[in-house]
Design a protein around this ligand. Sequence first.
Ligand SMILES: O=C(O)CCC(=O)C(=O)O
Ligand SMILES: [Fe+2]
Length: 335
Amino acid sequence: MTETSSFTHRSSLSLPPLADAAFVLTDAQRDQVGALAEDLVRVAGGVIDGPEWVAAARTASQRLPRELLTALREFRNDAGPDGVLLIRNLPVQDGLPPTPTRAGSVRRTATVAGAALTAAMLQLGEVIAYRSEKSGALVQDVVPVPGQEEQQSNAGSIRLHMHTENAFHPNRPDYVGLMCVRADPTGDARLCTASVRRAVPLLSGEARRILSEQRFMTEPPPSFGDLGGVTPVHAALQGSPEDPDLVIDFASTHPMDEEARRAMDELYGVLDRVTHALFLTAGDLAVADNRLVVHGRTSFGPRFDGTDRWLHRVYAALDRRRFAVDTRPGDNVLR
Ligand SMILES: O=C(O)CCC(=O)C(=O)O
Ligand SMILES: [Fe+2]
């Protein structure tokens, strides 16, 4: 189905570029974030994946510039029609090392960029990770990996299909933060986002009805095991019929019957028409509301010589009580 669809952003050209709606920090605001991030680099030996560092980052996040705090708070209340908050001119440390090329690369110790990203995400919710993904690290690298070019994962460099982050998981992140520390030198790699709020009005009534029924199944990656026996059958449109959430992954969600397949094809086409493509440069943070937005990436040609595109990724979940069932008490790493 989706494997054969061509990837074009037809009418995305007529949408206002998301970059125009960005929150751009002034240089003084960037330095203010840089100062709190520098402090965090020194806390608890900079060891991110421990309760001490996360607690310090949570406290420090209250010192983010007032205007940024306001933008984050408003985004949390309502992520708007596009469901993405683009924040630009965040600090990135000088002397960035070569882009990693290892599979599963993560940040175990704090950097200025990693700390700034975590602080921003902590104003949206609690930062979380998954034990079976990127070794449970809270700050992860998104980099192309040699030998994994063809994979439908963020280590690949072929087109990454549009997806809800961890669509297969009963406790998905509410927000996905992707911060660029090194832009793609070829200029080709673009983060793609599409909002269910833009898509739903373009869907037929029939497709809306079918997509709202439990007629879809999303496979977990093998590393996640059986997720405690939770059945992965779900509706693609969930919650409010007027303003639904979207749960779908065009690489791993399977329609369970012929009508469901047609509805999913229609959804694919409609999402394609409302897709924004964003070229991220160093210091850009794109936060997607994972209930409203699917995201993916255009294909690009990595060089694996240390100059490739490099993003950091942090997830946030709104409610610690909701994900407690999948963690040990007080922990931020879900099964
Ligand atoms: O590389 C990108 O722009 C997106 C990758 C992605 O989907 C992810 O890391 O969750
Ligand atoms: Fe993703």
